[in-house]
Every structure is written in C-alpha cells, then in structure tokens.
Write a protein that binds this ligand. Structure first.
Ligand code: TEU
Ligand code: CA
Length: 567
C-alpha cells in the first residue's frame, strides 16, 4: 500500500462545540453559519485543522452524540448546503475539517432502530444488540449485570416483550452490532459519503467500545446497590475491535488522504494504543487517551474538598514520558488539555487568580510537546469552569443528570454535589464562547438556555483580548505560529524528549534535541514562586509569559512562570 502522506504532521488542531460556538440566526443555538463566520478568526489565530463535535440530525439526548440521520445536518445547526459552504470556506483558508463520527451507537430515533423495534424479523434488528431477559424469582431481569457509562444498566426492555437492547451510554443510544458485516458496510458507506464530499477526516467517537465481550456473561466486578457491575472491560478495546478497524481501513480509510483520530478513552495503555495507530500496522492515524486530562485528583472527587485537588506534576511527567516513549517512532499522537467532556483546563491546572500567566504556561506545554496539539474552543482566551449554584443547572448533560439522581439517593448533600459538578462536570466546557462583553457575549442575541460564564463581562472575551497585545489570546497566536515553523516542529516531532529537574514536583521542564539544536521548555505549574538549582544556558528566549526576569534571576520562577528557549 502507498505510504500515507501525513499532512497533519505540522497541524495545530482546534475543537469546536457547535451548539455554543456562534449563533447566526438569533435562536440561541450555535450553528454552522456561525462557525463559517468565525473562520477568519480561526485563520488569524493560526489553527489549520478542525474537529467539530457532532452536527448531524439528532434528538439531542446526548447533545448530538445520538444521531438519528447521518446524512442530514441537524436543522438546529443549519442545512446540508451550510455544511458545504463551511467546508469550502475552511478549505479556502487552508483549514481542514474533521467531523465527529459516532459509530458505536445511533439514536433510538434513527429509522434503523425504529424499524428494528417495529419488526423483530427485519434486517435492521440485526444492526443492534437485542437479547432475551433472564428469569429470576419469577421476574424478568436484564440479560446480564453490566452497568454503562451513564449510570444505568446497559439494558433496556423493549415494551412488554422479553427482549432487551444494549446501550452503554444513555437509553436513547442503542449500540450498533459491529459483528454484523451488513451493518459495517452501512457505516462505511456513510464514511465514504463524507469523504467524497471533501471532509478531511474523522474523529471517531467512542471507538474503544465497538466490540463487546461475545458471551455476554455477567461481570465479576463488584456490584452496586442495584446489582449492576461497572466493568468497562466487557466493552472496551476487545480483540475483535481491531479486525473491524482493519476492515474499515481496507475498505475506506486507506482510499482517501484522510486523517482518522480515534477516541479510545480510559484504560488504554500507550503500548495498547499502537495496535490502533502504529504507522505501519495500525488501522487509524492517532488515538486520544485521557491520561493527561485528570492529573489533579479531581476525577470522581466527590468526597474530596477543594484543598485536596492539586496538579500532580509528577504524574503528568510520567504520562507524557510513557506516551512519548511508546509512540515517538511508531505512531502519531494527539495531545489536548480539554475537550467537551472535561472541565476547563484553566480550572484544572491553572488558576483564576493567575489567569493570564497560567493560561500562557499551559498553552506552551500544549503546543511544544510531541504530538498534534488540539486546542479546545475558548481555552485560547482563558475560559474557566462555571459557577452554577444547583445540580439542576448541569442537567443539560444526561450523564450528569443520571449521576445526580444516584448521588441524591446515596444521601449526598446538594452542596457537595454542586461543588463536585462545578469541579468535574463536562457542562463546564460547554458554555457559550465568549466573543465580547455584551450580555450574551457576542455568541447570540438570544439568551442561552443556561447562564453564560459571567467572566465574559470582566474581560475574558475575544474582543477585549484582541485589544491587549499582552493577552493570552495574542500569546496563543504567537505560540501557534512558532510551533508551525519547520525547525521548531521538527524538534518537537522528531527531537526526542528528555525531562529536566525530573524530581521537582512543581516544575515541568523538558528538552527536545536534534542535530545539535535544542528547544527547552521550563514551566512552573504552581501559584507560588519556585526556585531551581540552576537555569539552562540558551541562545534565545522564544516565549516567556512574564515581563523581565525575577529580581533574583531566572532561577527564581514566579507563579506559573514559563520559558521556551532555543539553545
Ligand atoms: O465519549 C466517550 C467516552 O468518554 C467513553 O468512550 C470513554 O471511553 C469512557 O467514558 C471510559 O473512560 C464520547 C463523547 O466524547 C461524549 O461526549 C459522548 O457522550 C459519548 O462518546 C457517547 O457518544
Ligand atoms: Ca442558531
């Protein structure tokens, strides 16, 4: 097979959450025309690769990850014509576009599933996973004890019948039966449709879960009070998955110059990821892992107080290193701090008090580590977590909603639940993009269904930051331009990775070295000053997030102070 032209080697990616990016028609919902109207901004910023979260017809039970028609743009977001225009305009600016392809499940309102329900003998029935319930003490119970990602059994009963269908996410998202070759062909056909339309690639949603443990026997994992076992190993990264993907590559992906980025989630090891994305043997180009997104103890931190949440710099170093070690020579690797499933990175690893400094420091790590950087919309202006005051404010996410119901049953106080959501909910990343300081932040003329983050009134918005050359936004632009320079990119992508001050628990520092040239990054990840024993010699300071140096010299790093050096 022809060697792939890895055109994304020097790309800087940008993730767009369409419903809250830009509304163009005043209905309070972001849309495709809105995105198109902001392409000049993205071009100015310097990003050249988009991943747009799902934009296809959907009842929006999981905000578009429940697709009811793959070939029609969600009318909330516009029309198929609008999508063609978006593609054309993006390409005209040298920006490539990946769509979010949800192939593990559909919406229960998809015609396939509707037909499957209506007619148990239909071909469509075999596109999904239906099983007979079990009889227990004279009662019908689900086929097994598996629990899904959204806090329910993975099984829902079909009406009054004895049949259940499987869904590892919400009840409105039945899983597709990838074991069925006919179903696989249907999926390939959709993929071809978009590639023929000119789409540059896919972010492949929930890819880890396509194959299920074939016996569907009970899991032996501990049971919750409903008798359900949370055991993602039953439906994550199972051997059969790789066969499906090899076929997908053979029939579709290898025939187009496209980028495929899989989301393979929690639990994948760096070595395991090569089974997906090894340049020679893998079936897709890169896979997202979650290992660098939660290195502060916030994940599942319901019983922890705010004071216990602290960036674990050592864990970050370990994770960067092990992923680099496994992938550097063999696989491309995407790197992100935040996406629509995580709280804001500024709230995770940065600081609201040091918004500008910490935001700049985080941008430097993101842009100068091995891999393809993906910036989540709003991070370039320092957007942070919401300050909503009750659990209901987070119910826009069906996963959160189910979780809160459970926590209330478990007796958690409203205050603790709210605090937990403010720290961890993915709703934090889904508030409207802050374009200016008007009441709706320039996102829309109409009120958004949830309150915007009010800090858009205090200068955290694109318009204000554009006026200030020292802003986070201008810094991002400068850093992106630097990363895209050939010699810098060569060092980052092919220059190895060596950590400095390895045992230092506060400072992230690394070197890329190649042909006698070095790129050195030194970053204090704390909100207090940290002294280093020494400071590396360099030819030039390429980026620095403070003016001048500390009185005591460069060795004394101020809160979140960071340097990018050429040596
Ligand atoms: O997320 C999927 C996801 O997070 C799991 O696949 C993950 O592997 C698991 O939680 C184990 O850590 C994607 C989307 O990004 C998300 O927004 C959707 O809700 C979800 O798929 C369902 O489509
Ligand atoms: Ca709209």
């Amino acid at each position: 097979m022809k060697k792939k032209n890895r055109w994304w080697d020097r790309s800087v990616g940008y993730i767009i959450y369409p419903s809250t990016f830009q509304d163009s028609n005043g209905d309070g919902i972001g849309d495709l025309k809105g995105i198109t109207s902001r392409l000049d901004y993205l071009h100015w910023l310097g990003v050249d690769l988009l991943w747009i979260c799902p934009i296809f017809a959907s009842p929006m039970d999981d905000n578009g990850y429940d697709v009811s028609d793959y070939k029609t743009i969600n009318p909330l977001f516009g029309s198929n014509e609008d999508f063609k225009t978006l593609l054309k305009e993006a390409h005209a600016r040298g920006i490539r576009v990946c769509v979010d392809f949800v192939l593990n499940h559909t919406s229960d309102e998809h015609p396939w599933f509707q037909k499957a329900l209506r007619d148990p003998k239909s071909e469509e029935r075999s596109y999904y996973i239906f099983k007979k319930g079990k009889k227990k003490d004279g009662q019908l119970v689900p086929p097994n004890n598996w629990k899904g990602f959204f806090n329910t059994s993975v099984w829902s009963r079909v009406g009054e019948s004895e049949d259940y269908y499987l869904h590892i996410f919400s009840v409105k998202m039945p899983d597709l039966n990838w074991e069925n070759p006919k179903l696989r062909q249907k999926i390939y056909e959709i993929a071809r449709h978009y590639l023929d339309l000119g789409v540059d690639g896919f972010r492949l949603d929930a890819l880890a879960h396509l194959a299920k443990e074939p016996s569907f026997r009970d899991s032996k994992a501990p049971l919750d009070e409903n008798g359900w076992a949370y055991d993602p190993s039953r439906f994550s990264n199972r051997p059969r998955l790789y066969d499906y993907l090899d076929e997908f590559k053979k029939e579709v992906l290898s025939k187009y110059p496209c980028l495929s980025v899989g989301e393979v989630g929690g639990g994948i090891s760096p070595k395991g990821s090569l089974r997906f994305s090894d340049r020679e043997k893998g079936s897709i180009d890169m896979v997202f892992n979650f290992d660098t997104a939660w290195c502060n103890g916030a994940f599942g931190s319901l019983d922890r107080d705010d004071a216990e949440i602290r960036t674990d710099v050592m864990a970050l170093k370990r994770n960067f290193l092990r992923w680099h070690k496994a992938c550097a020579k063999r696989s491309d690797l995407p790197f992100y701090w935040c996406n629509h499933d995580h709280p804001r990175v500024l709230s995770q690893y940065g600081s609201l008090q040091w918004r500008k400094e910490s935001g700049k420091m985080l941008s430097m790590i993101l842009l100068f580590l091995y891999g393809t950087p993906w910036i989540y919309n709003g991070d370039e202006i320092g957007m942070s977590n919401v300050d909503y005051d009750k659990p209901e404010d987070f119910f826009d996410d069906v996963g959160n909603k189910n979780h809160v119901m459970q926590l209330r049953r478990d007796g958690y106080s409203e205050e603790r639940i709210t605090n937990f959501l403010r720290r961890c909910s993915r709703v934090n990343a889904r508030t409207p993009m802050q374009w200016d300081g008007t009441p709706m932040g320039g996102f829309s003329d109409k009120e958004y269904k949830n309150r915007m983050n009010r800090n858009h009134l205090e200068g955290v918005n694109v318009q204000e930051e554009l006026k200030d050359k020292d802003s986070l936004l201008w810094f991002f632009k400068k850093a992106i331009a630097l990363r895209k320079r050939k010699w810098v990119n060569d060092l980052v992508q092919r220059g190895g990775l060596r950590f400095l001050y390895r045992k230092n628990e506060d400072v992230m520092a690394f070197v890329h070295e190649r042909d006698g040239r070095k790129l050195i990054l030194i970053a204090n990840m704390r909100d207090f000053p940290v002294d280093l024993p020494s400071f590396p010699k360099s030819k030039k300071v390429l980026l620095h997030n403070y003016k001048g140096t500390a009185k005591q010299g460069r060795k004394s790093l101020r809160p979140f102070e960071a340097y990018l050096l050429e040596a």
